[in-house]
Design a protein around this ligand. Structure first.
Ligand code: IMP
Length: 476
């Protein structure tokens, strides 16, 4: 028996002391999450059904982070989600909402009201890839009094382009034609639409995470069961990063998976996990991973500690693994980044995780509340929520995450709701402001400096209380 003399502490129990704030220094949040793989902000969205589909991955990559597509779905479906992110071209909309030439003005007004869209390509049979007949915009139909008129009679002959164009060419054509929208038509058939507002994306998203071909980057999770076929399909779909999704990565199953991936797909950065100790960290590094994901029993939907008594406070996990990472780096010069996975409720938890030594954070609860997560908004008592469930819940049926067979599966996750949080872009921007402000307090200009300069103190219950608003009525 081994008894640890270290207390298990959470992210909520540590505070940073201010260091010397430096004047006029720019703060850069770019960080490594695997050997040879960096992201522009230290945010990763969890591979969970309720968190990361292609829409989330696109929105987060635009902000500079990376989404990890969930693996508890068929290989085909997961690969399709990866493909969707990789084929997303800022500005080029494929398969837009299309209408038929015979559609009546009344019907178009109704579609406009329901969807909020005001520009529609018109094609034979309304097929999004069909023969192109023209473009109709709100300016053409909202003031039309004759609701029974077929829209082909009021189509405004907007200019279009009849060849494939690059991003810059599309921008120039839009400028030259003074149009809000430019249809791209190949061999008479509609290919895509380019909107002026989307073309500004490059300016709007200076940190977006893109590959050499200017495609957004995306990660995908794999399990320790069907990895041989799954990894191949994900690589074929263009995945940029693989993450092994397992509640306990200190296992021979995981080692087997790592060996296979590294042997057959050596070019793809691989993150293993989850572990919570220096032994677990060294095990995964020796097995060949490029980055290590840490945390067990602390996710917001997680009941592993309650059910099985296994797990560790996230602050302690980071401290132990950080020491192992830094010792190894000193000895060998090899840096294996740490991703702190789970337990974040607010921006303050993110900054504490980074200060304790994490290179980035993976978050489920934080991201699931945004518009871009795969779930629908629910209204109760005048408030908006989004449903959230753990990968270890019966709802997710992700038994592969637990190194088990389906008959041995015990529930280690719950279902619930989180407050709706609006657009990811707004939430992430706010969180980044908070993080950079705290880094300013510490006097650090980047995450490496934060690791070096952070001075943390454990807080007592009294200090914790004192650190919140107190002794006043917040409402009358
Ligand atoms: P959160 O940010 O606190 O919601 O934690 C998200 C993390 O919880 C995920 O990235 C997973 O590592 C972990 N997780 C997801 N589902 C479950 C579950 O059902 N039980 C335990 N942990 C889970």
């Amino acid at each position: 028996m081994k008894i640890s003399n270290m207390k298990s502490t959470s992210l909520k129990e540590w505070r940073l002391l201010p260091g010397l704030t430096r004047a006029g220094k720019e703060i850069i949040l770019k960080t490594k999450i695997a050997k040879g793989f960096s992201i522009n902000i230290p945010f990763i969205s969890s591979s969970m059904q309720a968190v990361t589909g292609s829409r989330m991955a696109i929105a987060l990559a635009k902000q500079g982070g990376i989404g990890i597509i969930f693996t508890s779905q068929s290989i085909k479906e997961e690969a399709e989600m990866v493909r969707k992110v990789k084929s997303y071209k800022a500005g080029f909309i494929e398969n837009p909402l299309t209408v038929k030439p015979e559609t009546k003005v009344k019907e178009l007004k109704r579609i406009n009201e329901v969807t909020g869209y005001s520009t529609f390509p018109v094609t034979i049979n309304g097929d999004p890839k069909g023969v192109y007949k023209g473009l109709i915009t709100a300016e053409d139909f909202v003031l039309e009094d004759d609701d029974k008129k077929a829209i082909e009679l009021i189509i405004n002959n907007k200019k279009f382009i009849d060849r494939n164009v690059t991003f810059n060419e599309a921008r120039n054509h839009l400028k030259e034609f003074r149009q809000k929208c430019l249809p791209i038509v190949i061999n008479g058939k509609l290919k895509s639409l380019v909107f002026r507002k989307d073309i500004l994306d490059e300016k709007n998203y200076p940190l977006q995470l893109i590959d050499k071909q200017k495609r957004l980057m995306v990660g995908a999770a794999v399990n320790t069961h069907d990895y041989e076929n799954r990894v191949k399909a994900l690589v074929d779909a263009g995945v940029d990063l693989l993450v092994i999704d397992s509640s306990d990565g200190f296992s021979e199953y995981q080692k087997r998976t790592i060996n296979f991936i590294k042997k057959n797909h050596p070019g793809i950065p691989l993150i293993g996990g989850n572990v919570v100790s220096s032994e677990g960290f060294n095990f995964l590094v020796n097995a060949g991973v490029d980055g290590v994901k840490i945390g067990m029993g602390i996710g917001s939907t997680c009941i592993t500690q309650e059910v099985k008594g296994v797990g560790r406070g996230q602050a302690t996990t980071i401290m132990r693994c950080r020491k192992a990472r830094d010792d190894l780096y000193e000895k060998t010069g090899d840096y294996h980044p740490l991703i702190s996975d789970g337990g974040v409720s607010t921006s303050k938890d993110i900054i504490i995780a980074l200060a304790l030594g994490a290179d980035a954070v993976m978050m489920g609860r934080y991201f699931t509340g945004f518009d871009e997560s795969p779930t629908r908004i629910i209204e109760r008592g005048g408030n908006k929520y989004k449903p959230f469930w753990g990968e270890g819940s019966n709802k997710a049926k992700n038994w592969q995450r637990y190194n088990k067979s389906i008959s041995q599966f015990i529930e280690e996750g719950v279902e619930g709701y989180v407050p709706y949080a609006g657009r990811l872009e707004d939430g992430v921007k706010k969180a980044l402001l908070t993080i950079t402000s705290a880094m300013n307090n510490v006097g650090s200009c980047n995450i490496k400096e934060l690791h070096e300069l952070a001075h943390l103190e454990y807080v007592t219950g009294g200090a914790l209380k004192e650190g919140m608003a107190h002794d006043l009525k917040l409402e009358l």
